[in-house]
Write a protein that binds this ligand. Structure first.
Ligand code: ZN
Ligand code: ZN
Length: 270
């Protein structure tokens, strides 16, 4: 029995896995794990809330290898400095993101700057940053690789550039923003300026833009898809379900929704 448990534990440590602590405009955090390497992408929650959410996924904050930050908006960066300082965790950002005032709270020896076009390695995971158009300084999204398979995260992106399309082609698994339904946004109660910001070229991806992106990948569709960063005001699961069924024949076993409240549970990249 003990051997069985050890075998199971070893197997889990070898798998390339991901899960989310929460996804949406009220806070984001995504975990990527391969072997003993455990990355947290963004931290938009308080220290107490982050610790609680990590524990709910079976993770002790001290296990984190690095915190990667996609961009300077508070739903992604708010909790980074306190988590890094409390548990002595290195932080990696683009130069542009590092210019945000929040990063002044991170001690210099923990703050690392990556080139937004150059792949780098953290432990057992390769990280390819992808520059994306969003209304902030030098936003990045990431493609992670381990043992020949890759996993992409793509949220907070105003529109799809040719570089994004090329970079994400070939990902086995994809965490992709489906922020809003255009009709719901335009008919909803957001002020005009905010509607324009969200729908603009430096805002967020609509359901239609996300589906178009999947259709136009230079490779087959990903095996696994997670719907990320959904607006609670301007979107609905039914609409997204309908679009994905109609265009891709995705079934419940290969796509799921990330929630604001508890993200989603550990998935193995396959
Ligand atoms: Zn965001
Ligand atoms: Zn953002």
């Amino acid at each position: 029995m003990i051997e069985d448990n050890l075998l199971e534990q070893n197997k889990q440590e070898q798998d390339f896995q991901f899960c989310s602590l929460g996804s949406g405009s009220k806070g984001n955090g995504t975990l990527i794990r391969a072997g003993k390497t455990l990355l947290l992408v963004d931290c938009g929650f308080s220290l107490k809330e982050t610790t609680k959410r990590l524990l709910s996924k079976g993770v002790d904050p001290e296990q984190l290898s690095t915190i990667l930050v996609t961009h300077e908006h508070s739903d992604h960066i708010k909790g980074v400095a306190s988590l890094s300082n409390k548990f002595d965790i290195p932080v990696c950002t683009s130069r542009g993101t590092s210019l945000n005032k929040h990063c002044e709270k991170i001690s210099d020896d923990r703050l690392n700057i990556f080139n937004n076009h150059t792949e780098f390695v953290i432990g057992e995971i390769s990280v390819l940053p992808v520059p994306v158009p969003h209304d902030c300084r030098e936003a990045s999204q990431f493609i992670f690789s381990n043992s020949g398979v890759s996993l992409g995260i793509l949220t907070d992106v105003g529109h799809i550039t040719p570089h994004i399309r090329r970079a994400y082609s070939g990902c086995s698994a994809m965490m992709l923003e489906f922020n809003y339904d255009y009709q719901m946004l335009m008919q909803g109660k957001y002020p005009r300026a905010l509607k324009q910001r969200v729908a603009g070229d430096l805002g967020h991806l609509s359901n239609e833009q996300a589906v178009d992106f999947l259709i136009n990948l230079e490779s087959k569709k990903p095996n696994q898809l997670v719907v990320m960063h959904r607006s609670e005001e301007n979107n609905s699961e039914e609409i997204i379900n309908g679009l994905l069924k109609e265009k891709f024949d995705y079934t419940a076993s290969n796509f799921l929704f990330a929630n604001q409240l508890d993200g989603f549970d550990w998935q193995i990249v396959c």
